[in-house]
Design a protein around this ligand. Structure first.
Ligand code: SAH
Ligand code: SF4
Ligand code: F3S
Length: 465
């Protein structure tokens, strides 16, 4: 069962924030914290809450761990290489602890929801002082207070289906963009995926809480709202509402801003949702719709609940209702039991759909998932070859794909200085395509109309009209 963190508990944590702030105020200089977030947008959003709480405790922030008073690693478990990266970085902190024995080193996020990982940290990383799970994020003030006063090693990973904690302070990484979780957890149990095990059951925030946060963000200057969930398309099931209704309500908030969302599971991408997006002018014209495989047989083994044909029908309806929408996807290569024929179906699907871009992954077995128990006869070398073949086919498709934008005038959110040339400005089109253009820095944070003049493989250039 989902636990809603009570107002009393939140008030108690605010009390600990105050106590830490008082202790920190007595120091010669304010303490610095280094927060390193790995993984997806959900984790980035959690990282913003960690920073929000630490800021209210009086911490400043540093980009690197050297010399920091508090170091927190907010970890990701989705693939083996994500975990390896965390362990590599964590090992390097041994020197930091030797140099500065007073530093508090904490590890949180998805990795520590797994018992074997906690055991490994206990055994092999004695310099880690604090471990806290995804359900314990809101207790950070209390945990930090204990570290400052008692300095005992603490491991706090509460079990359970998951919590919803409202009202935590947030320190946003980017003033123009506000990540707003609309739900937490996942019930889908795709057979390759660790997320349902480390993030608990699916639970939605109340619409009124989301709307209040969205309104405050827009009033505070945010120009892009990113609605987050592992499958936003199933928002509100237990509340008697749904994602299309939420989109319409956010679209009705006054002001010019853009609404983005992720991730979107094809099994719940209904015509009604696509109609709502078509009618909501603030919603991005970009669909990130992870297909994972082009083979219905593999999709069945993955427990995805749609076939190749179902997916192509959704794409057809998107293209009919919102011509010119951008389409991107995730693909896993080398799922256990995937054959050359299955893989060729993935190639034929991406040729048929012609995605704007792809996020591609080689299958990585995750302990405790169903796929990790399935026979997996294809060698790593062969999977590597398929992977490179997939990249080649996609880069062939991507070539010239952006030519269609040349000559069009698009509404662009101006986000900052140009990436390659600081004399230019950079922004994103309604399709989430990057565009560089001439203009005054005072336009940053505003929407402007840009006529597209040239297309490159990953970006556009244009001129303000
Ligand atoms: N909830 C999101 C996905 C989160 S994980 C969704 O359903 O779209 C992001 C991507 O990582 C997935 O879409 C999948 O392509 C990839 N992925 C997840 N588990 C993986 C694994 N064990 N091995 C390789 N790729 C994986
Ligand atoms: Fe993982 Fe599937 Fe849930 Fe996405 S929908 S988080 S891939 S189990
Ligand atoms: Fe990673 Fe957890 Fe996100 S496993 S992908 S950080 S939900």
């Amino acid at each position: 069962m989902t636990v809603n963190i009570t107002a009393e508990e939140t008030a108690k944590q605010r009390g600990f924030i105050k106590k830490c702030a008082e202790m920190n105020a007595r120091r010669e200089a304010p303490p610095t914290a280094h927060v390193h977030t790995f993984g997806c947008q959900q984790n980035v959003s959690d990282g913003e809450k960690i920073k929000g709480m630490l800021a209210e405790m009086g911490c400043g922030f540093s980009e690197t761990p050297e010399g920091a008073d508090i170091i927190i690693f907010n970890t990701c478990a989705v693939r083996g290489n994500a975990e390896d990266r965390v362990f590599g970085n964590l090992g390097a902190l041994k020197h930091e602890k030797r140099r500065n024995p007073d530093v508090v080193i904490g590890v949180c996020g998805c990795m520590v929801q797994q018992e074997h990982i906690v055991d490994k940290i206990k055994r092999s990383f004695p310099h880690v002082d604090l471990v806290f799970g995804t359900n314990a994020l809101h207790t950070l003030p209390e945990l930090v207070y204990r570290q400052l006063t008692e300095r005992k090693r603490e491991f706090y990973v509460p079990r359970g289906d998951g919590v919803i904690a409202e009202g935590l302070p947030v320190l946003r990484e980017n003033a123009l963009k506000a990540s707003i979780p609309i739900m937490y957890g996942c019930n889908n149990f795709c057979t390759y995926c660790i997320v349902p095990y480390v993030r608990g059951r699916e639970r939605s925030r109340k619409t009124e809480d989301i709307l209040a946060e969205a309104e405050a963000a827009v009033q505070g200057g945010a120009r892009e709202l990113l609605l987050l969930g592992q499958n936003v398309n199933s928002y509100g099931k237990e509340l008697g509402t749904d994602f299309p209704s939420l989109l319409r309500a956010i679209n009705d908030i006054d002001g010019e801003f853009r609404i983005c969302y992720m991730s979107s599971h094809p099994k719940d991408a209904t015509r009604e949702l696509i109609d709502a997006i078509a009618e909501c002018e603030k919603v991005t014209r970009h669909f990130h719709l992870p297909v994972q495989s082009g083979s219905s047989r593999v999709l069945g083994l993955m427990n995805r609940h749609y076939s190749r044909e179902d997916y192509l029908k959704i794409v057809g309806y998107i293209r009919e209702r919102i011509p010119g929408a951008a389409l991107t996807s995730d693909i896993i290569v080398g799922f256990p039991g995937e054959t050359r024929e299955d893989f060729e179906e993935t190639l034929s699907l991406i040729r048929e759909v012609r995605f704007d871009s792809l996020y591609t992954f080689i299958y990585s077995p995750r302990k405790g998932t169903r796929a990790a128990e399935m026979p997996d006869p294809v060698t790593a070398e062969e999977k590597g070859e398929w992977f490179r073949e997939l990249l080649d086919v996609q880069s062939e498709i991507g070539r010239g794909l952006y030519e269609k934008y040349v000559g069009q005038t698009l509404r662009v959110l101006c986000e900052g200085e140009g990436r390659t040339d600081p004399n230019l400005l950079t922004g994103k089109t309604p399709q989430d395509v990057i565009v560089d253009f001439d203009g005054d820095k005072s336009l940053i944070g505003r929407f402007v109309d840009v006529k597209i003049e040239r297309a490159y493989q990953w970006a556009l250039t244009g001129r303000i009209v």
